[in-house]
Design a protein around this ligand. Sequence first.
Ligand code: GDP
Ligand code: MN
Length: 352
Amino acid sequence: MNLLEYEAKAILSSSGILVPYGRVVRDSTVPDVGFPTIVKSQIPIGGRGKAGGVRLVNDTEELRQAIMAIMILDIKGFTPTSVLVEEALDIEREYYLSIVIDRTSSSIELVVHTEGGIEVESNDSEEFYRRRLSGVSVDAIGQELADYLNLPEKAFILIDLIEKLLACFINSDALMIEINPLVLTASGDLVAGDCKMTLDNAARFRHEDWDFEHMSASTNFVTLDEAGTIATIVNGAGLAMATVDAVRGAGLTPANFLDIGGNATTEGVINSFNQLVKYNNLTNIIINIFGGIVRCDTVARAIIEARHAIPTLPPLLIRLSGTNSVEARALLEKEGLVLHDTLESCLTEITR
Ligand code: GDP
Ligand code: MN
């Protein structure tokens, strides 16, 4: 799950990392702030600076106009539901600093570049400073980094920053934290000017406090054809694609692609049903689950609840196999629902 900038910065700040003071605005209300101020579109992707989604303003009127303009500005298919209004930083230099999981060495890796900011992709990938953080002395790395960035007097600050960021990464179950730019201000502070953070969906169960704007976006749902007649609920992106292909192969029109993911909850699956019944031409919903991590009985309970809660639900064709499928079958048969052994059998029932 990808956080919005203001959400990521709130986590950084609670980990003791410096971020600019800011206010989140959700309508055309103009906050009472000092100037210069920076106005930033809150969308779950980068490249906002180049697309006009980050603006520096110098008075209340400019601020009002910038908020209005950014609220309706489409960037790569995203328009924001919120705008971040922040104190502008007096930028001396912009660096790039991120922490990622390096899967080849199964360790946490620090990646830094002296030239941060909006042109960071143009840097040669050979030039990045990369160090594993697992099982090494952060003191030595902070010292080395101070030399690399040519900030010898900032060694202690960098050690502190890496320690806090690493603790933040681990405690938040992050997969990636990217601070770009990490700003060296005119007064000599190192401040996170922007932050992108990806948290591990699989760790959601141990973070009751997680409440972010794009949580639901972590299931993969795509409308293929508003006028389609067959909706699909599948787990696993590969199986979901194969299911959509099979529907089309049978001469039918799939309305959607949906991968409910491995941590599907009863509530989540019911939400999926609610999304699907918005299509007007549906004749059937195909449920194709191969339970590996996802439990078939969880899905079965959702199916039963959805049938009771949604009177307009079209006929369901269900194929469940794998983890807890015996329990799932028993639950569904008690409801008078018939299970199919294969997807083919589901499709034959529709087309015959
Ligand atoms: P991104 O383009 O989506 O990565 O958005 P950023 O938040 O990284 O902003 C892009 C660029 O805007 C930064 O690299 C800075 O050059 C500039 N910028 C962002 N915040 C400030 C600020 O507070 N003051 C100044 N002067 N420039 C800023
Ligand atoms: Mn950025």
